[in-house]
Design a protein around this ligand. Structure first.
Ligand code: GAL
Length: 804
């Protein structure tokens, strides 16, 4: 045989490259399983478009955009918007999305699936006019097989259409968002493949010397003929080394059927997943048949032992610890429901500074990459579904779907989430009103708990019980259907319920910020810990127009730590803390059940020494500190040293205000271990620009927070400055959003200017090219402007989004 001529080879290569370029749709690397982001190049139409799922439609009416996309956050805010105070006065309605794509011939014979991480809400999906299904609950991930309705070929266009409908309002007590607000991907497999979410990795036995890793999975055969296959399993250590392996015996898989596998792999000297060392292993699975790999999967997991014990609360890897948790809604402030992962990473970093170690996803399953982040950062998670069962809290909420969908939504959430080491608890609901009807509530709860256990027997289930003494949950058997009894707010009642039956495991599912409630957890070994309402301010649950957000957070919605949060830090942090604030009024009284009483989120702690009243007057200074001794100095003069109060309450000084420097010095055993200083600001003179990072990547999930602080000529922040700041940007970046954290401002988040609130506002920047320098400038009338440079590219992406 003649070797082909060099020219012919070149020509063939050229044709292949040309073909590759001509295929505008998907071109996949030669992998066993192709996972392709399907986020780019959608068309969007707001309103109802009759026939919008059809191929022919006036394209000029459709906006071209990428998902994740939350059209509600684009606003405008308006008192008359149907979401009302619950939804932060943002719009609701119908949104249509279409995506046109082609599939190269190499995908012929493959099985092709679409996966949506979340569509808000009541979604319908069509492929080429064929209706694939409906999904009412906007917080669950779901998917469909597209294969049979697809057109394969370079000249064949496929149209995926999605209708999201949240017209019925109010539908939520907080901001929910609207549209395809999470990531979308296409998964392309062989006809013999692992079933979606079918793989479950657990670690039933852990000792110092070894761990048993149990890998369970399910294989589907859609090839039309019965076949033999075996599954190869490799366990890969956090450093990427293969540390264990197993092969199943040959499996006969009948056509059109599934087959289950279960293998135990022994790992020596396991590295345990925990808050300090969130070490993650991977299970690599491959289906082999006749020498070829048909499908493969990589599942990230952790080796850890988490348990709730009746007498001693929560234990992780043999260590007793208090859960210091916060409740978080799913919005990302200025981004609404479509939240870049970096927003969450930064927020979690801030919460960690305060000593937070756990998150309750109130009151719904989060985006899957949020759980990946908690796995990587070592946060514990309570994964919750449902703010209601069959009794409504708002007219169009989930009670309309509960009967038909609750078990399906629990099943799918558990299947999706059960490999995350961060999850230590599932919750079957928040303050569920059905408990007033004792018998039916018990029936519903027993049904839900059974579904949780069926799909994940390794984790306990709790619930945020609502006034359990009023509905007799502790006495009528309802509370004891839960593996861990969880109660919102009423911690003394919870402790009494434990006294009545000390075999109960107990946790506070939702708490206010006060000291007495913390003491109830801190001082009782049986109390596993608490989840504060809330970790971060969130959109919605407004006390009335023009308030658009709720201010219960330790952080404001831009991620800034609030002065009041330092008190929490002094209780929860394990490093020395000293922070001082001016306290302008005594602690506000918080109602027993905040959900029922309008709460004014009035601020009474201010981390500045620049009061509006510049005449001599008395100020109350509070120091939040875990140090043995705090000395407070005003302009170098000691106002007195205070020892730690036995109950950990703040140390308080009354002093006559004078301009200058207020310094707090924290000492342990006589040595200075922490200091904090406040300085009186002069006249506003300039803008100081700071960035949380000076580089970013092009990823949708990566953003940089650029903060403009209005300061005097020495750079001291002006705490009441409220001037309008205009941002300009040059280079390969965009202003993805602006914000100032003010819950009473109905200004748009999609702008290039923003009023300062308490002396600051932010522009949040996204990179739009692989490389280049981005310059952000900020200007405000009467002030010296500033600029800052960010580098786009050039760094390894810090934000890794899950590929599956
Ligand atoms: C609780 C409720 C939360 C939130 C909070 C503050 O009772 O569970 O979802 O509404 O009140 O208002």
């Amino acid at each position: 045989m003649h070797a082909p001529q060099k020219g012919a080879v070149m020509k063939r290569r050229f044709c292949m490259i040309l073909l590759g370029i001509l295929i505008s749709g998907l071109s996949a690397p030669a992998e066993t399983r192709n996972i392709l982001s399907f986020d780019a190049a959608w068309r969007f139409f707001k309103g109802d478009a009759p026939g919008a799922e059809a191929v022919m439609y006036d394209d000029s009416k459709w906006r071209h955009l990428d998902v994740p996309h939350d059209w509600s956050i684009e606003g405008p805010f308006a008192a008359a918007n149907p979401t009302g105070p619950g939804g932060g006065f943002l719009p609701a309605g119908i949104g249509w999305y279409r995506k046109h794509f082609t599939l190269t011939p190499k995908y012929a014979g493959r099985r092709i699936f679409i996966e949506f991480d979340g569509v808000m809400a009541n979604s319908d999906v069509w492929i080429n006019g064929v209706h694939l299904g409906k999904r009412p609950y906007g917080y669950v991930s779901f998917g469909y097989e597209l294969t049979e309705a697809l057109r394969i070929g370079n000249d064949k266009t496929n149209i995926l259409a999605v209708r999201a409908d949240n017209t019925g309002q109010p539908a939520s007590r907080w901001y929910a968002g609207a549209g395809i607000y999470r990531h979308v991907r296409l998964v392309i497999t062989d006809a013999v493949h692992f079933v979606k979410w079918g793989t479950f990795v657990t670690t039933p036995r852990i000792t110092v010397t070894q761990a048993v890793v149990r890998v369970q999975g399910r294989i589907m055969n859609q090839s039309g003929k019965t076949g033999d296959a075996a599954v190869e399993i490799k366990i890969v250590s956090p450093e990427g080394k293969i540390v264990g392996s197993a092969n199943t015996k040959p499996l006969k898989i009948p056509s059109g059927r599934t087959v289950d596998l279960s293998e135990d792999v022994i790992i020596s000297s396991p590295r345990l997943w925990g808050a300090e060392n969130p070490d993650l292993y991977q299970a690599h699975l491959a289906i082999r048949s006749a020498g070829a790999v048909l499908d493969d999967e990589r599942i990230s997991f952790g080796i850890r032992d988490a348990r709730f014990v009746p007498e001693t609360g929560f234990w992780l890897n043999g260590r007793n610890m208090k859960i210091k948790g916060v409740c978080l809604h799913h919005d990302g402030g200025a981004f609404g429901a479509a939240v870049p992962l970096r927003v969450w990473e930064r927020r979690l970093q801030q919460l960690r500074i305060l000593g937070v170690n756990a998150i309750r996803t109130a009151h719904n399953p989060p985006a899957p990459e949020f759980l990946d982040l908690c796995d990587r950062m070592g946060f514990l998670v309570m994964d919750e579904l449902f703010d209601c069962w069959t009794i409504a809290k708002t007219p169009y909420d989930y009670h309309l779907s509960f009967k038909d969908w609750a078990h399906i939504d629990v099943r799918d959430t558990v299947l999706r989430d059960r490999n995350h080491p961060s999850i230590i608890l599932y919750s079957a609901g928040n303050e569920i009103r059905d408990t007033v009807n004792e018998e039916s509530a018990k029936k519903i709860l027993a049904g839900l708990v059974a579904v949780f256990h069926q799909y994940d027997p390794s984790r306990p289930v709790t619930q945020g019980l609502f006034r359990p003494n009023a509905s007799h949950d502790y006495d009528n058997g309802l509370a004891d259907l839960l593996d861990v009894v969880g109660t919102n707010y009423r911690d003394l009642e919870l402790l009494a319920a434990w006294e009545a039956r000390p075999t109960r495991r107990i946790v506070g599912t939702e708490q206010r910020h006060d000291l007495a409630t913390w003491q109830a957890a801190r001082d009782h070994a049986q109390h596993a810990g608490q989840f504060l309402w809330s970790g971060i301010d969130y959109l919605g649950e407004s006390s009335g127009w023009p308030v658009i957000a709720a201010g219960f957070g330790l952080l404001d919605r831009t991620g800034a730590i609030k002065p009041m949060a330092y008190e929490r830090m002094s209780w929860w942090s394990t490093t020395p803390v000293v922070q001082v604030v001016r306290r302008t009024s005594p602690s506000k009284t918080v109602p027993e059940d905040p959900g029922f009483v309008p709460v004014m989120n009035r601020q009474s702690q201010f981390a500045d020494w620049s009061p509006a009243d510049r005449d001599p007057h008395e100020e109350t200074v509070e120091a939040y500190s875990n140090c043995e001794e705090v000395d407070l100095l005003l302009n170098g003069r000691s106002l007195g040293k205070r020892p730690r109060n036995a109950d950990d309450s703040p140390r308080i000084w009354k002093t006559k205000w004078e301009p200058g420097i207020l310094t707090a010095i924290g000492r342990n055993h006589g040595a200075v271990v922490a200091t904090h200083e406040l300085r009186t600001a002069g006249e506003p003179a300039k803008i100081v620009l700071t960035a949380d990072r000076t580089y970013l990547t092009q990823s949708w999930d990566d953003v940089v927070f650029v903060t403009a602080t209005i300061a005097d000529r020495d750079g001291i922040p002006i705490p009441d400055a409220s001037g309008l700041v205009s941002f300009g940007i040059t280079g390969p970046g965009i202003i993805a959003a602006v914000d100032n954290g003010d819950n009473s401002s109905a200004e748009s988040f999609q702008a290039s200017e923003r009023s300062a609130y308490q002396g600051r506002c932010l522009a949040i920047i996204r990179g739009v090219a692989a490389r280049g320098k981005i310059t952000i400038a900020a200007a405000s009338s009467g002030l010296k402007g500033a600029s800052i440079v960010l580098n786009c590219g050039g760094q390894l992406p810090r934000i890794r989004r899950r590929s599956r």
